[in-house]
Write a protein of this length. Structure first.
Length: 385
């Protein structure tokens, strides 16, 4: 039978590539629903091109613009409503940032497999998600290329045989630069990623390595390993997506051309593999593969991530919330590139850690962390005047 799939965040990079994967396997997959927050024109265009049964949008619009027979879920909470519908077998969650958490919880409470391309929801909602999965039987299959790579490499051994999880990082465009050279980085420069074509937020996070910091926390939570068992290496070519080192000295690596359609497809079809339209890897045509130890003095983001992970409780949530607020401020020209680190550092120092058990508690803690971050942003703006 065809797998029926809903795509949340359908107008973003992950969403569009998910639709491409589904369309390339018409005998095995069928699109059930799509959802977007804003981007109404793009959503309507995708609905008319791919013809899903249900379209959800947090922003109200004229539903008569949709194809005949398409059900429209409109207004606040519509994405969660689509995520919870029992008709879909798999929900691809490609929503950016903290906003992905509530739809993720709704999907898991409906017992769905979630192909998750959002690390922030795991970083912030770990305590809640564990209970929901246990109670309702849903499952998370990671889509981020690094976490998908680790998930695949872990199929080759037992948990107690694992020595290290090794996350690879492209390093973004600045990993070779001296720290003082990062002071005057512009938004245009930060968005010029050398390997991947991604959304604005994740591209900035790649440039600062906050993306990798979030992945360190996410890997610890997804695969139940301590901070001491997670390493990061800079791998500019982005061919090795991540590795698992086993205690016998074996190191398993997941390798492919940089193409997010591969981990998206694997999360949908797991445990099976299917042919894809992606370009196969031919190592003899690739540039030499290189690996470098990250400089934690150059990229404070990684050190802060390990600190937040070890502190536990609500500290990873504060790390994420402060980073989201700071990236937004950088993109709007209110703070500088290195100020992103300063905002997160200040927020973690001011944040009071506490245990979180409900979605309401998580949302309130996130609001408080962002409030602290905004005070730091305002102070930095005053310094620049």
């Amino acid at each position: 039978m065809k797998k029926r799939i809903s795509v949340l965040g359908c107008t973003g990079s992950i969403g569009r590539q998910s639709l491409d994967v589904i369309a390339s396997h018409p005998e095995e997959m069928a699109l059930f629903g799509i959802a977007a927050n804003t981007g109404v024109d793009s959503l309507i265009r995708l609905a008319n091109e791919y013809r899903p049964r249900v379209v959800a949008c947090e922003t109200e619009f004229d539903a008569s613009l949709l194809p005949a027979g398409t059900e429209a879920l409109l207004g606040p909470g519509s994405t969660e409503r689509l995520a919870a519908l029992t008709d879909a077998d798999v929900v691809v969650n490609g929503i950016s940032g903290f906003a992905a958490l509530a739809p993720l919880v709704a999907s898991l409470r409906a017992g769905k497999r979630v192909a998750l391309a959002n690390k922030e929801s795991v970083v912030c909602g770990k305590s809640l998600l564990d209970g929901v999965v246990l109670a309702y039987g849903g499952e998370i299959i990671p889509v981020d290329s690094e976490q998908s790579a680790i998930f695949q490499c872990l199929q080759n051994g037992k948990k107690e045989e694992v020595d290290k999880l090794i996350l690879t990082a492209s390093g973004g465009p600045f990993w070779r630069e001296k720290r003082e050279a990062l002071t005057h980085i512009t938004l245009e420069q930060a968005l010029a990623h050398p390997t991947w074509n991604m959304g604005r937020k994740i591209t900035i996070d790649s440039a600062t390595l906050f993306n990798k910091g979030l992945e360190v926390i996410e890997a610890a939570y997804l695969f139940d390993v301590p901070a001491e068992q997670i390493d990061v290496v800079i791998h500019p070519q982005s061919i090795v997506h991540s590795m698992v080192a086993y205690r016998d000295g074996t190191c398993m690596a997941n390798m492919s051309r940089p193409d997010m359609r591969l981990p998206i497809q694997y999360a949908i079809t797991y445990p099976e593999r299917m042919p894809s339209s992606c370009t196969p890897l031919k190592l003899f045509t690739e540039q030499p593969l290189t690996f470098h130890e990250p400089d934690l003095n150059r990229f404070l983001s990684l050190r802060l991530a390990y600190d937040a992970l070890r502190a536990g409780m609500s500290c990873p949530l504060a790390y994420n919330g402060a980073n989201e607020a700071a990236v937004e401020a950088f993109c709007s020209g209110r703070i500088g590139f290195l100020d992103i680190e300063r905002v997160v550092d200040y927020t973690l120092n001011q944040h009071i850690p506490r245990a979180l058990s409900s979605l309401g508690e998580i949302m309130e803690a996130d609001r408080q962390a962002r409030d602290i971050a905004r005070r730091a942003i305002e102070a930095l703006q005053q310094e620049r005047r």
